[in-house]
Design a protein. Sequence first.
Length: 84
Amino acid sequence: MHTWQLQEAKSRFSELVDRTLAEGPQVVTRRGAEVVVVVAAPEYRRQQGAPSLLAVLNNAPRAKPDDKPLDLARDPEPIRDITL
């Protein structure tokens, strides 16, 4: 991971972006202390994680404001046997 001083990162921003895409995250320092890490957008999105299907379903809009949340409980009955 390459380290850039803030002034250098500002004056060579295009190179900073190119190196981030080619080599991975880049560290930017200010007065000798690490302050930020520049990462590519796809890597950032991957690290943020997508919401689970359960979260999407639980937050789905309802037909009416007073509708009950979806019942996503699993049926306790055993699964039937299948003869192959």
